[in-house]
Design a binder for this molecule. Structure first.
Ligand code: NAI
Length: 641
């Protein structure tokens, strides 16, 4: 049999072909042009062998296929370039779909984008039932849509409303959900997966068909009705001028059955039109910024097996829970058992929500150990301090810790406002202290600032970044200066809005203005969510000039602290701000609100708080939700759109 660079084709004694993708020189399978070209040739060779069936699998332990090779997207300049690139997958996937013998995709681990489109072109899909197995069509997150057959095939296999939901949100499903949706034929434990794939190919079951009402929805006449319903939901979330891709997905499916080659040039659903708006380029930029953050800490082999967290409050409790959920042994220390109880309760609900499986919940629970005596600090690889924001208390605590921790352990503080150099002033070795600054709520927010003081050992900062990656968060290295990056930039932005309340601008109007700009929530709602006492403290600490905003001061004095106390600038009911009607929003208002944010971001870069402007954009997108389609605040300033 011919040999290939990225693929291996083998036949077995039962007359089956086993086709393995093991992309050369890469840890992960991606569908580069070269991989796809070779795939086309392999399919011809397979067809010539007329086997009983063929199973396609991955040779990488990391997963099936991560998707297209996004590096190659950078070469695309026009819609025609894009269609040429799409053709490289579209043609072989159609060829695969038409092979005259049963074909089975054996999916173990992630199966994303082009990888899922490949699997969809097989007659059957067998998935390994393991939390690592995740299937998604996340193209929408890059401002495009599944062009290599995904938008055509998924809604024929999975009921269109659910198929559209997957494409419109990019959300991943696990093997069990995929089984329930009909996306895979079987979900089996790893030890029987190969056999299940073999049996499916040798004794092919009836091909799954959409049940009756769902099958009607795929008809050309009915598709527009289904798309119109989905469009209403999309319109509630995003505007077409900000995010054209979800709208394009609906048009492409309802009018053109998901075939990119049937779409006339210039049609808003066409890939050319999507690439002509800056959104796709900006979202692709964000993808690479995220990859850059994901690469932080890669240089070290440091591995955190045991984490000791001191202070089981809002932050410490959740940091401990997230670490335990990610497989680390965690000891959680506080002054007494009563203080630990709420954190353990929150951890339970987090595990239930995120892990779902009974055994995995049990294992995570077992890994999280209460430790009032603080003995865990002696064995830990990472010790995180998250006690009250009080310099003397922190100093006293670290004086104890420094004596008992292992020599190679990381000593970290979650402080938001104290200088590392002050905390480590009495250390025997101040180079050991690093800031690992999480954001509240810890389980939801991806960004974590890795703070290096003047004395911090760079090796320790890199190890801290590796630890943050191991709990699947995004580390951003920052310099030890007031507010680091995120709070520093949010500070003047919130202050501006809070002062405008005193001028009589309605909170609803300001919030609407910033949502229009593309922020996930407006500044006044954000202040209520963060807590007005904290806004007040941050304002003071960042050197807010003179008296605090008047209305803010009144609210804090009357203990109306925002969401947590049930009222602040808004009244809060069932976790939602009760808002009145917003007044008219114009560009001048938007400009006035966002200007302080942009200027502060520029200043932070100029002062070297982060190493470069791209890192500031990454931090502010992932840390404050800055309008992703604009590509980051500094990019936005430069591009002027
Ligand atoms: P918190 O007040 O909710 O919890 C602090 C906990 O530490 C309490 O349970 C307390 O009993 C415990 N504690 C105090 N002294 C202790 C000691 N010597 N030994 C053991 N336990 C002790 O505080 P929160 O909000 O969790 O903040 C903790 C740290 O995280 C602070 O440095 C704060 O600046 C920082 N931070 C807070 C954020 C927030 O939004 N709350 C965001 C990011 C950082």
């Amino acid at each position: 049999m011919a040999t290939y660079i990225h693929w291996q084709l083998e036949s077995d004694a039962q007359g089956l072909l086993w086709l393995t993708l093991d992309k050369a020189g890469a840890g992960t399978n991606t569908l580069s042009g070269e991989v796809l070209e070779e795939f086309d040739k392999v399919l011809d060779a397979a067809a010539a062998l007329a086997p009983k069936g063929m199973i396609i699998r991955s040779g990488k332990p990391s997963g099936f296929v991560a998707g297209a090779d996004i590096e190659e997207f950078l070469q695309i300049k026009t819609g025609a370039d894009a269609l040429r690139m799409v053709r490289r997958g579209w043609d072989p996937f159609n060829k695969l779909a038409q092979l005259p013998f049963p074909t089975v995709a054996l999916i173990d681990g992630f199966c994303m984008g082009g990888g899922l489109e490949l699997a969809l072109a097989c007659r059957y899909r067998v998935a390994v039932d393991d939390p690592r197995t995740r299937m998604a069509l996340p193209e929408v997150m890059l401002g495009i849509w599944p062009l290599m057959g995904g938008a055509m095939r998924l809604p024929r296999l999975v009921a269109p409303p659910q198929a559209l939901d997957m494409m419109l949100t990019g959300r991943a499903v696990d093997a069990r959900r995929a089984r329930r949706l009909g996306l895979v034929d079987v979900a089996v434990p790893v030890r029987v997966a190969e056999n299940a794939a073999r049996m499916t190919a040798l004794e092919p079951p009836q091909r799954r068909k959409l049940p009756f009402p769902a099958s009607l929805m795929t008809l050309g006449m009915v598709r527009p009705l289904i798309a119109a319903m989905a469009r209403k939901q999309v319109a509630r979330r995003v505007r077409r001028d900000h995010y054209p891709a979800p709208y394009a997905i609906l048009d492409a499916w309802s009018k053109y059955d998901g075939d990119p080659f049937r779409i006339p040039e210039g049609d808003p659903a066409s890939i050319g039109a999507l690439l002509a708006s800056p959104t796709a380029a900006n979202l692709i930029r964000i993808f690479f910024l995220q990859e850059r953050l994901k690469g932080m800490g890669k240089e070290t082999t440091f591995e955190a097996r045991h984490v000791h967290v001191i202070g089981a409050g809002v932050m410490g409790g959740d940091i401990a829970a997230v670490c335990a959920m990610r497989g680390m042994t965690v000891t959680l220390q506080d002054q007494n058992a009563e203080r630990l109880a709420p954190a353990m309760g929150r951890a339970q609900s987090l595990f239930k929500r995120r892990l779902r499986d009974r055994l995995r919940i049990r294992d995570a629970t077992d890994r999280l150990i209460v430790d009032t005596a603080g003995g865990g600090a002696r064995q830990a690889d990472v010790v995180i301090e998250a006690i009250f924001e009080n310099l003397e208390a922190k100093r006293a605590l670290f004086a104890q810790l420094e004596k008992i921790v292992r020599p190679g352990a990381i000593l970290a503080s979650n402080t938001s406002s104290l200088k590392l150099a002050d905390i480590s002033a009495n250390f025997a070795n101040p180079a050991r202290l690093v800031g690992i600054h999480f954001f509240n709520p810890v389980p939801q927010l991806q960004l974590v600032e890795i703070v290096s003081g003047e004395g911090t050992d760079p090796v320790i900062a890199r190890q801290a970044a590796a630890f943050v990656r191991a709990i699947d968060k995004l580390p951003l290295p920052v310099k030890d200066s007031p507010g680091f990056l995120v709070n520093r930039v949010l500070g003047p932005y919130l202050q501006q809005a809070l002062r405008m309340v005193d001028e009589g601008v309605a909170p609803e109007t300001m919030d609407a203005a910033m949502v229009r700009f593309g922020m996930p929530m407006g500044p006044i709602e954000l202040a209520d969510v963060v807590g007005l006492d904290i806004c007040m403290a941050v304002g003071r600490e960042l050197g807010g000039d003179g008296a605090p905003p008047k209305r803010l001061d009144e609210l804090v004095k009357s203990k109306q602290l925002g969401k947590k106390s049930g009222s602040g600038f808004y009244r809060w009911k069932e976790g939602k701000a009760q808002k009145g009607t917003a007044g008219p929003v114009d560009d001048a208002l938007i400009e006035r609100l966002i200007r302080p944010y942009l200027l502060e971001a520029q200043k932070a870069v100029a002062e070297g708080v982060v190493a470069d402007a791209d890192l500031a954009d990454a931090g502010l997108i992932f840390g404050t939700g800055f309008a992703p389609f604009r590509g980051g605040p500094l990019h936005y300033l430069k591009a002027g759109t």
